[in-house]
Design a protein around this ligand. Structure first.
Ligand SMILES: Nc1ncnc2c1ncn2[C@@H]1O[C@H](COP(=O)(O)OP(=O)(O)OP(=O)(O)O)[C@@H](O)[C@H]1O
Ligand SMILES: Nc1nc2c(c(=O)[nH]1)N=C(CO)CN2
Length: 167
């Protein structure tokens, strides 16, 4: 089922790349998003470098990621927006192999207005966003008042940093 187009909502897309010309790919992906009918970019973060997170934890032997966040306003429903994100990933040579494997471009939908979804194709809010410094830090840059499932992103990031410092 495709979502109907509706009233504009704010959505947050996390971008990541650890293969190829990462900076150029992230910039191009934001341009591609801006070109989607029903999407306006309100803000895009600066890209930040981050060590690859794998299923076994941080892995410094893997190519380093560049991560960023785009804040959007969109009239697309969440599933229709996800279709566009998948299309842009494919256009940038994304090969879907292992979970959490290296990739030229990853676009995750973090939140879409107040949409809650729990299907195989789309979980909203994104279930791992609160554990990811590489999502929260650029998100806070573009939206200092942001909240995720009722918690302030600023507080989530502070908690994550203090738990990382204790490890
Ligand atoms: N909020 C979401 N944003 C993007 N993809 C999602 C979301 N919820 C579920 N998915 C689904 O997750 C599947 C796997 O996506 P992908 O290969 O990008 O995962 P991943 O990037 O390796 O891991 P992660 O989801 O932890 O970032 C996709 O088929 C997609 O339909
Ligand atoms: N640092 C970093 N690690 C990751 C990332 C990512 O965007 N940044 N994305 C992954 C799969 O979504 C897996 N690991």
């Amino acid at each position: 089922m495709r979502d109907e187009d509706g009233a504009p909502v704010r959505a947050v897309v996390a971008l990541g790349a650890n293969l190829g010309d990462r900076e150029a790919t992230l910039r191009a992906a934001i341009g591609d998003l801006a070109g989607v009918a029903g999407v306006s970019i309100l803000a895009a973060s600066v890209p930040i470098a981050s060590v690859a997170v794998t299923l076994d934890g941080l892995d410094e032997s893997k190519p380093e990621y560049l991560n960023g966040v785009a804040l959007l306003e969109t009239t697309l429903g969440a599933e229709a927006l996800l279709d566009e994100l998948n299309r842009i990933e494919d256009a940038h040579g994304r090969v879907r192999e292992e979970r959490w494997g290296d990739r030229t471009l990853d676009l995750d939908l973090i939140v879409h207005g107040d949409t809650v979804s729990d299907t195989e194709r789309l979980i909203l809010p994104h279930p791992r966003a609160a554990e990811r410094t590489f999502v929260l830090e650029p998100w806070l840059e573009v939206d200092p008042e942001a909240t995720l499932a009722g918690a302030r992103v600023a507080d989530l990031l502070a908690a994550l940093r203090s738990s990382e410092a204790r490890r």
